[in-house]
Ligand binder design. Structure first.
Ligand SMILES: [Zn+2]
Ligand SMILES: [Zn+2]
Length: 344
């Protein structure tokens, strides 16, 4: 519902005009609004008269019994299922009972309404989420791999056409025979004399376990923090201090970097006397601490639950950003209220 908000007086006027039997377009003309806007406002407040609205018949409306059943269905599964799991489970049953099917939004709406909405990081720990992620990832990798292989094969034909006696080697992993050259095989050993038994294309498949790859990703993230965030902050600081020469600064007790003595750089804490002081450690160091703690916690959980490789490290990397925020949840509530006329 874009455009101006509807005030109480305006809403009362709409209600009155509708009671008098005016059509939506007549009400719209009366208020200087668009008919779509009026319709949206009515729907958001469940003021739609089913007998009049064509739209109503196309929406799967719950009966009271169904609504209660659905609410209970969502509630009882919220702890161990993602919203899409719940949607699929409900729809499987609904088809046989001839009850209305639901979409993911409606499930999310009910989760929100009951305060059961999961955060993104909680959601990411669900088995089904991980399965979907990993199968999508495998598919992506397989496609990439296929395209690399096609290119390599073309190249191989070119080389063989040019030099028929070129030495060849069968790769231990892909079992393809490739020209035994630096283009296709890495070397190892003293003086880099010997070609490996695995072609270059397969080398990365055998190198690195899931744990090692996870560690690499974390290192990459930490590097990103240092390169991007810190250098940006330093530029900001220098510009700020050029403009405010006498502004107080503080040297962080941890990284020993000097920063502006502002809330942005040093959070405050309260003394028992009620006085507030800036912390001695800068926000960057505090955030790094928090990130490491979170990672350690996840590592522990992973060990306890025996979860193999997951994308959970991304949770720790984005931990303080809370990708699926309360705000979004509320936003969803608003949009859901419009798309599901039977709820509120
Ligand atoms: Zn290979
Ligand atoms: Zn610091």
């Amino acid at each position: 519902m874009a455009g101006r908000q509807y005030g109480t007086e305006e809403l009362q006027l709409i209600a009155t005009l509708r009671d008098r039997g005016l059509s939506i377009s007549e009400v719209a003309r009366e208020l200087g609004r668009t008919p779509a806007g009026i319709q949206g406002a009515l729907r958001a407040r469940r003021w739609v008269d089913p007998a009049r609205s064509k739209l109503m018949s196309s929406v799967n409306v719950f009966s009271t019994e169904q609504r209660n059943a659905f609410r209970e269905f969502v509630r009882s599964r919220a702890a161990n299922h993602s919203s899409t799991d719940i949607r699929d489970l409900w729809n499987k049953d609904a088809a046989t009972k001839q009850w209305p099917m639901v979409n993911n939004e409606r499930v999310l709406y009910y989760l929100c309404a009951q305060g059961l909405k999961k955060t993104k990081s909680e959601y990411m720990r669900f088995e089904s989420y991980r399965k979907r992620q990993s199968s999508a990832q495998q598919e992506r990798r397989a496609k990439e791999q296929a395209s690399i292989l096609r290119t390599l094969r073309v190249r191989r034909e070119e080389l063989y056409a040019r030099e028929a006696n070129l030495p060849r080697r069968n790769c231990e992993v892909c079992r393809e025979t490739w020209p035994l050259t630096d283009e296709f095989f890495r070397r190892s050993g003293v003086g880099r004399k010997y070609f490996l038994k695995t072609c270059k294309n397969c080398c990365h498949k055998v190198s690195g376990t899931a744990v090692e790859r996870r560690a690499q990703r974390m290192v990459a993230y930490d590097r990103h923090v240092i390169v991007k965030q810190l250098s940006l902050a330093k530029t900001e600081r220098d510009a700020f201090l050029r403009q405010h020469r006498n502004s107080p600064v503080r040297r962080c007790s941890r990284c020993h970097e000097t920063w502006e003595l502002t809330l942005k750089r040093f959070p405050k804490y309260k003394l028992p006397s009620g006085r507030e002081l800036h912390r001695r450690t800068c926000r960057f160091c505090l955030r790094t601490d928090a990130r490491f703690k979170e990672r350690a916690k996840l590592e522990l959980e992973r060990m306890q639950t025996g979860i193999p490789d997951t994308n959970a490290c991304r949770v720790s990397e984005q931990g303080d950003q809370a990708p699926f925020s309360v705000r979004q949840c509320n936003l969803l509530k608003e949009t859901s209220a419009m798309s599901h006329l039977d709820e509120c």
